[in-house]
Design a protein around this ligand. Structure first.
Ligand code: SF4
Ligand code: SF4
Length: 165
């Protein structure tokens, strides 16, 4: 897995133009069954990709923390939300709460998340490949394929399965 992760930025860069063109077409001519197809491709990919052998998202990009995330995780640690924020978070250029540093503080050496049951919504949903109206997050996906091998494979499969005339 580490070899795949190391090669991913280059692979994604090589595919960037093709992917951009594909997502532009996807927005203009969104297939009616896209939500179903994405669910299928997502499930198929995550049957063979074990996130515990990867954890590249937790190591290289942190999630955004919503107010609800902060409240829930602070409660888990029996902390006040303000204490939790002071200790672990910072505000980024988009005015969102993010981790002070990556790899994520809550990631164990075994790649397990120590706050898995209460983890941020963004972590639960990453890489968003099973979300509805997937065509709406193409810019985010273009970035995610650089760090997430599963997202990369899913986009490659999409290009095979959706033919634009
Ligand atoms: S979601 Fe993607 S980047 Fe994160 S651990 Fe799973 S395969 Fe790796
Ligand atoms: S909170 Fe857990 S799932 Fe989210 S980035 Fe940190 S270790 Fe990964």
């Amino acid at each position: 897995m580490q070899d795949i992760i190391n090669n991913l930025p280059k692979l994604a860069k090589d595919k960037h133009k093709e992917n951009k063109t594909f997502f532009t077409k996807l927005k203009k001519k969104t297939p009616k069954q896209l939500d179903y197809l994405m669910q299928e491709l997502h499930d198929q990919e995550f049957k063979r990709t074990d996130c515990l052998t990867c954890a590249n998202c937790c190591k290289t990009t942190g999630p955004l923390f919503t107010d609800k995330d902060v409240e829930r995780i602070a409660k888990h640690f029996k902390m006040k939300p303000s204490q939790f924020i002071d200790q672990f978070l910072r505000i980024d250029e988009d005015n969102d709460y993010v981790l002070q540093s990556v790899p994520c503080t809550f990631l164990g050496a075994d790649n397990y998340c120590s706050i898995y049951d209460v983890r941020p919504k963004a972590c639960r949903e990453f890489p968003h490949t099973d979300r509805k109206k997937f065509q709406q997050i193409s810019n985010l996906t273009l970035k995610n394929v650089e760090i997430c091998p599963a997202a990369f494979n899913i986009v490659e499969e999409m290009k095979k399965r959706i033919a634009f005339k």
